[in-house]
Design a protein around this ligand. Structure first.
Ligand code: SIN
Length: 281
């Protein structure tokens, strides 16, 4: 039976009483799905999953979208992206330093991510946590004047980290090949976005892929996005998740920003990641 414990006073839950490797009936799955949207971050501890079991669970939330960085897809399942700093025989085994800045997954796609799941395989000795920032709370706390200002604004998004475009930096968005870059387009998303499941408004992707605002001069747009980002990533909106081997975390991309944290590159960290998209409108 699903049992939930709070991780943080405002958001985040640990879920116990469920073996995600077992077949879940529709009632059991719906309970998990509802709790994941209510909790925004949901962690299942001590799971033992093969790539295909992980995939079978993830795809019940929506259509998995393989990451554009296809050189690190899992050999048994291309919907799994391997996040890892481990180098074997001189070759990286996964994507290192992925997403080490606040962002929202796939906000650079027309149909963005519903939720992302990470399954923890190797945990570093120090750090390797993921930070989450609650964008419902950040929106709710805006002044009435700022809510009115952003109400009808459309953010312009592209793959990248607007705060770091230096391809040699560890906090740049993971660098794409020329072919992968050609697949990336500009897309539009509301800044004050109604959550597609709960209907509740949240600030959406004010950090990371947002590079402009429709109809606004660039300097004014960046100043506004930077002001919103500074507000939305304050420590009071954040929760820091620490991993153990076997943890599976699900997070709601429409109501959160998240950021990986930099660690010693020689301290091994490996997770498998699946991101599922929102359904087509
Ligand atoms: C991500 O942003 O997808 C990765 C987060 C992490 O590695 O902590």
């Amino acid at each position: 039976m699903l049992a939930l414990t709070k991780l943080h006073p405002e958001f985040g839950v640990t879920a116990s009483g469920v073996d995600l490797a077992a077949a879940l009936n529709d009632v059991a799955f719906k309970e998990i799905e509802d709790a994941s949207f209510a909790g925004q971050v949901m962690v299942f501890r001590d799971q033992r999953l093969t790539p295909l079991q992980f995939h079978a669970f993830a795809r019940r939330f929506g259509p998995p979208e393989p990451h554009v960085i296809d050189q690190f897809h899992h050999p048994d399942c291309s919907d799994i992206l391997i996040l890892s700093n481990v180098v074997r025989d001189g070759r990286p085994t996964g994507l290192a330093d992925g997403g080490t800045y606040f962002h929202t997954d796939y906000s650079y796609l027309d149909i963005p991510a519903r939720c992302t799941m990470l399954y923890s395989i190797v945990v570093p000795k120090i750090g390797g946590d993921t930070l989450f920032a609650n964008q419902y709370a950040a929106y709710d706390d805006l002044s009435a004047a700022m809510k009115a200002r952003v109400e009808n604004l459309i953010g312009l998004h592209h793959y990248g980290n607007r705060d770091d475009l230096n391809e040699t930096s560890r906090t740049v968005a993971s660098v794409l090949t020329d072919d992968q870059k050609k697949r990336m387009n500009w897309v539009r998303h509301r800044i004050a976005r109604a959550h597609p499941v709960t209907g509740r408004k949240a600030l959406y992707a004010v950090a990371g892929s947002s590079f402009g605002i429709e109809g606004m001069p660039d300097d004014e747009a960046i100043a506004l996005l930077d002001e919103l980002k500074a507000h939305a990533t304050q420590p009071k909106y954040q929760y820091r998740l620490k991993y153990s081997v076997g943890d599976l975390v699900i997070w709601d991309n429409a109501s959160l920003l998240h950021s990986a944290t930099l660690i010693d590159p020689n301290d091994a960290r490996t997770l498998w990641r699946i991101t599922v998209k929102e359904p087509k409108p």
